[in-house]
Ligand binder design. Structure first.
Ligand SMILES: [Zn+2]
Length: 240
């Protein structure tokens, strides 16, 4: 990997996207400029941009008027902005003030799908299942669980439908109860997200404020494939 970096204060970046899912724009400053494998990038102090990771897609964002794609730079650990396809980064200097902005409707859609994923995980775990995989991308969101060895109920189409009906009911009840969603940091620095008392998990994603923010949560009948229970789902953010 070819890597060069010019940094004023490395480690001075804060992940603003973790503090406020709904913060759309911030005036901040450039803390580092670099290049990785020939791709130039810029890092800003107040980072609004969620990079792809943890099963959640990257935000759509801008530095000034230039559309950017945020990625986690492995060398520096910073979330850096690279030019979007066919675009280029604005000309910037370390220390320069710059306006950072995200596409808020896209962020809210991703946060809703991601938070709904936690909820699906929670209701699956309540069935005694162990989660083995998750993806929160639009159009392919699903949580996968290890199928229990004596899962006779799940071998039968009526049984799968019956279990799905129970999952749907548990999801609908949690949304109707508008359970609060919160995040806190453990002493070791890990961030843990909670859906009230229903669920907690280490997570670096973006979440809605409470489950009442979720709309159109739909769970098609679950599938069992190669020893895994696959619960697909869709969800949107209620209009604000
Ligand atoms: Zn999360």
């Amino acid at each position: 990997m070819v890597h060069s970096i010019a940094a004023a204060r490395e480690g001075a970046q804060n992940s603003a996207y973790l503090d406020d899912t709904y913060l759309e724009q911030v005036d901040t400053r450039v803390i580092a400029l670099g290049e990785t494998d020939g791709t130039p990038w810029a890092a800003v102090e107040h980072c609004l941009f969620h990079p792809q990771g943890g099963g959640q897609p990257a935000d759509r964002g801008w530095l000034e008027d230039a559309e950017i794609v945020p990625v986690r730079d492995r060398e520096s650990g910073l979330v850096v902005a690279t030019a979007a396809e066919d675009g280029s980064l604005p000309s910037l200097a370390v220390g320069e003030r710059v306006r950072a902005r995200i596409d808020l409707p896209t962020r809210m859609r991703h946060a809703a799908l991601h938070t709904a994923g936690h909820l699906v995980e929670a209701v699956g775990r309540a069935q005694g299942w162990e989660m083995v995989g998750s993806i929160h991308f639009p159009g392919q969101a699903r949580i996968e669980f290890q199928a229990p060895p004596a899962g006779a109920r799940l071998a039968d189409p009526d049984g799968r439908e019956e279990v799905t009906v129970a999952l749907r009911a548990a999801v609908a009840a949690a949304v109707a109860d508008d359970l609060p969603v919160s995040a806190r940091y453990l002493p070791d620095g890990r961030r843990v997200v909670r859906l009230d008392a229903l669920h907690s998990a280490p997570c670096g994603g973006t979440h809605v404020r409470s489950l009442g923010d979720l709309a159109d949560v739909v769970l098609p009948t679950l599938k069992v494939k190669k020893g895994r229970i696959r619960v697909s789902y869709t969800a949107t953010h209620r209009s604000c």
